[in-house]
Design a protein around this ligand. Sequence first.
Ligand SMILES: Cc1cc2nc3c(=O)[nH]c(=O)nc-3n(C[C@H](O)[C@H](O)[C@H](O)COP(=O)(O)OP(=O)(O)OC[C@H]3O[C@@H](n4cnc5c(N)ncnc54)[C@H](O)[C@@H]3O)c2cc1C
Length: 481
Amino acid sequence: VHGLRRDLARLLGADALVPDEELAEYRHDGTIQRGLSGEPDAVVRPGSGEGVAAALRWCYERGVAIVPRAGGTGLAGGAVPAGGGVVVSVERLARVTALDPGLWRMSTGAGVRTADVARLARESGLLFPPDPGAAEQSRIGGNVATNAGGPHAFGRGRTGAFVTGLEAALAPGELARVGGEGRRDAAGYDLVGLMVGSEGTLGIVTAVDLRLVPAPSAAAALAAFLRDPAGGQRALLAILGSGVRPAVLDFLDARAFAAAAGAFPADPPAGFAGGMALLLEVEGSEQEVERQRGELQDALADADPILVQELPGPALWRWRDGLNGAVAAVRGGKVSEDICVPPERLADALDGIRALGAELELPACAWGHAGDGIVHASFMIDPADAGERQRGSAAGERSLALALRLGGSITGEHGVGLVKRALLGAQWDAATLSAHRRIKQALDPKGLLNPGKKEPPGRPQPAAASVVGSEEANGTHVAPA
Ligand SMILES: Cc1cc2nc3c(=O)[nH]c(=O)nc-3n(C[C@H](O)[C@H](O)[C@H](O)COP(=O)(O)OP(=O)(O)OC[C@H]3O[C@@H](n4cnc5c(N)ncnc54)[C@H](O)[C@@H]3O)c2cc1C
C-alpha cells in the first residue's frame, strides 16, 4: 500500500494524495447508517482532468480497482471502496470555467458543489432546475453520475436533462469530450446519456456543460388532504389528466404526516387519519401560475378532498425537507427504500407497504414524488432492537419485490450501487442484462471501474477488488433520529 501511495503521489503531485489522517471520510458515503464502509488502498484528488485520466491509466495498467467519488452523499454505497482500490475524488475540479447568463449556460469542473451551481445561476437571474436534497455537500459530477432528482424533478426534469456535454476520463486512461456548449449534438451515440446515471462504472466525469433556464417569476404551493389512499390516487390521476404540469407533485401518507404534523406551516385538517396528502407547486409567470392553480384546484375538487390549502412555498418545502428526520425520530430509526411504481399503482403500493408493516409488526409509512411514482417505503424501528432491525431489513427487501410486482423499479432515485444489486437480476430480463454487461465490457474491459456496483452479483471480479456481499447490505438503512 505504501508503495502504491508513493507512486501515485509521484505521478499526480504530493498535494493530490489524501493523507492518512483524512482517509476516514472516504470510507463511507450517505449509506453510513446502513453500516457500509470500505478501506481504500489510497485516495487521490487530482487537480485537473488530465490528472484524473493519469490516475485511471495508472490503475488500469496495474489491475487496481478505481472508485470515483464526488461529494460522498450517495445513498446506494456507490462511492464506498468496499473492496479496496484507489478512490479518485473529483473534489478539486471545483472551478466554474464559463458562465454565460445571456446564453443560459454554465460549464464547470465535476467537483463544483450543487448548491454553488444553483446559487450562481440564481444570481444571474437564471435557474439550475434540479434540487436534490443534499445540495450543500453533493457535487455536480456525482449528480450527473446518479442523475439526481429532487422534489421539483417532476416538472423540471432530473440532472441529465440539463447536461449538454461533458468531459470524462475513460479506460484505459484518456480524456474524452462529448457534446459541449451547443444545445444539440446528433453526431454520435448518446455518450452523455450513457454517463448520466452510470454511477462511476463506465468512466469518471471531470467536467460538465450545463443548460440553465430563465427563473420563473412566480410560484404557488398547495397542500391537498384526501380521505384515503384511493382518494389520493384519484386526485393524482385527475391532476395528471388535467394537462397541468406542476413543478412538484409529491405525496405523503397520514402516518408520515403525523411524524412532522407539529411543524406543519398551517393547521392540518381533522379527519385525516388514514388519508393521503398531495403537495404541489406550480411556477411560471403570474398569469401562468394563476391559470395552473385554478386548473389544479378544479382537478382536486373532483376527488372530494377534505381540504385544499395554499401555503407559502419556502415554508412548505422547508417542512418537507425535515420529513425524513421526523419519521426516523418516531422510534429512533427506520428502514427506507426508494422504490418506483407506475403512478396509477400508487394506492396499491401504499396498501402493500402497510400490509408489510402489519405482517412484520413495524409501523410503516410512505412519502415521495407521486408524479414520478417514487415511493420512500419506510418502516420505523428501534435501532437498539436486533429483532426489529432484522424485520426492518426484511420489510425493506420485500418492498422492492412489491415494486417489481406492480410493474415498477427497485430504485427510482438513488441508484443501485452496492445496496440493491442483488435484485437487479429480478428486474431485468436476460436480454437487458446482457446489453448492460456488453456496454460495461466495451467501456471497462478489465472491470476495474467501481467493481461490483450497479451490476447483479455473478460477474467475475478483478483480483484487486473483492466486494462485500450485498445480502448483508440490503435494506438495512437504519437512520438514527
Ligand atoms: C440528506 C440527503 C438527501 C438526498 N436527497 C436526494 C434527492 O432529493 N434526490 C436524489 O436524487 N438524491 C438525493 N440524495 C442522494 C445523493 O445526494 C445524490 O445521489 C447525489 O447526486 C450524489 O452526489 P455526490 O456528489 O455526493 O456523489 P457521490 O456520493 O460521491 O457518488 C455517487 C455515485 O456516483 C459516482 N461518482 C461520483 N462522482 C463521479 C464522477 N465524477 N464520475 C463518475 N462517477 C462518479 C460514485 O462512484 C457513486 O457511485 C440525498 C442524499 C442525502 C444524504
